[in-house]
Ligand binder design. Structure first.
Ligand code: PLP
Length: 407
């Protein structure tokens, strides 16, 4: 098994498992799929930093021309440090603090995606205090069923995100009257890991109607941010959404409005560009099941435990025979399970295993739970690789804590 021109087994001779391994070429190819598909529209691809915020990944995308969709000051700082211009940075999220808004205003970012009325008021006040105006889009909630996992659907009326689309005209009227606010856009993001394009189409149609209604109201919209959310093929589905067809839906509903289109793909930009490389510690034959116990755990990749996510898992070396296992990590929780009843190549102690589709929502969601060291991240380009995040050592881990003076 290779990542670009490098055998994973060769990388694993130099870097102890577990580690994440990403392909630059796969990221570039994903970026190109979007930029080609949207070339007919005035568009900006703002990569959703939260999917994988390593600065080397951000710099790779920055060189390709990407902007950034961010949800915290930390992400804005990462994007800027990686060479993404402030004019290409959008700032989303339901809980923007005063400090974060202040910082974003100072940097002169492209726009704030506003999620509530009190946030709008706060941004206006802070902008006014700094003698500036904030460009804003209001994130509308179109109340469409995204048909994805409950923890990552965001566009239903009961979700915490955005403003009910029916209430948006009133909030736009208010926004237009606030001194610190410059209304520029409308924003919608209905969820993540969508495999069906129909919900997008519904959402785009509703947004288009809103833009027309706002125009009648005297409010001109120049930017439509259509969010992210396209799914990837994790190995159990036979298909993944077609980006060309997705862009065609955007074209159909939005092109006539003459707006700049912002796209915020995260998972579909990096998800299939990464694997988690891990090693078999033990093959444990239980009474009912046989367990493969890996050296990677839920603290490295939490998606299976948190979202019941399916990841394709394979032995790095091809095997003659297969066997069926529960594939688990060493953490002291039953939830630390990557797959149940999974047929893969027959495993022996020391075998390398690749957990596929780990480029998005993998390393970024990792923790040191069970006082485990982080899995380092490695980026491959052609025949080269580089460690883009080191594994910290135990001294560094322990020095994160400090004792109060009474102990
Ligand atoms: C998470 C998120 C994205 C990216 O979602 P993906 O499913 O990774 O493409 C885009 N926009 C917003 C506002 C988000 O919260």
């Amino acid at each position: 098994m290779h990542v670009e021109d490098l055998a994973i087994s060769d990388i694993a001779k130099r870097i102890p498992t577990p580690f994440y391994c990403y392909s630059s070429a796969a990221i570039a190819s994903n970026y190109k799929r979007y930029s080609d598909a949207f070339s007919g529209l005035d568009s900006l691809i703002c990569y959703a930093v939260k999917a994988n915020s390593n600065q080397a990944i951000l710099a790779t995308l920055a060189q390709l021309g990407a902007g950034a969709d961010t949800v915290s000051e930390g992400e804005i700082r990462r994007a800027l440090a990686a060479g993404i211009a402030p004019e290409k940075i959008v700032f989303a999220g339901v809980g923007k603090s005063e400090q974060e808004i202040q910082y974003a205003l100072e940097q002169g970012i492209l726009q704030f995606n506003v999620e509530s009325e009190p946030e709008l008021e706060r941004i206006s006040r802070l902008a006014e205090q700094s003698n500036t105006t904030a460009r804003i889009s209001i994130r509308v909630n179109p109340d469409v069923e995204a048909k994805t996992h409950a923890k990552i659907t965001t566009g239903k009326a009961e979700n915490k995100f955005g403003i009910n689309i029916d209430l948006a005209p009133a909030l736009y009227a208010k926004a237009a009257s606030l001194p610190g606010i410059e209304v520029t856009g409308v924003d919608v993001h209905i969820g993540s890991q969508l495999v069906d394009l129909e919900p997008f189409s519904h959402a785009f149609a509703k947004v288009a109607q809103l833009v027309r209604d706002l125009k009648d109201q005297g409010i001109l919209i120049s930017v439509i941010d259509i969010g992210g959310g396209l799914g990837i093929n994790y190995g159990e589905q036979s298909s993944e959404p077609d980006i060309v067809a997705y862009a065609e839906h955007a074209q159909t509903h939005l092109a006539e409005l003459g707006c700049k289109i912002i796209i915020e793909p995260g998972r579909s930009m990096v998800g299939n560009a990464g694997v988690l490389v891990t090693k078999v510690e033990y093959v444990k034959v239980g009474q009912v099941r046989t367990f493969v116990i890996l050296d990677a755990a839920m603290n490295d990749l939490i998606r299976p435990s948190m979202y019941d996510a399916y990841h394709h898992i394979a032995t790095v070396e091809q095997k003659q025979a297969t066997a069926t296992y529960d594939i688990v990590g060493p953490v002291c929780e039953t939830g630390d399970t990557f797959a149940k009843n999974r047929e893969i190549g027959e495993c022996a102690e020391g075998d390398l295993i690749a957990i596929m589709g780990a480029g998005a929502y993998g390393a970024v969601m990792a923790s040191h739970y069970n006082s485990r060291l982080n899995a380092p991240e490695v980026l491959v380009k052609g025949q080269e690789y580089s460690i883009i995040r080191e594994r910290i050592d135990f001294d560094a881990l322990l020095s994160m804590d400090s004792l109060p003076n009474w102990l």
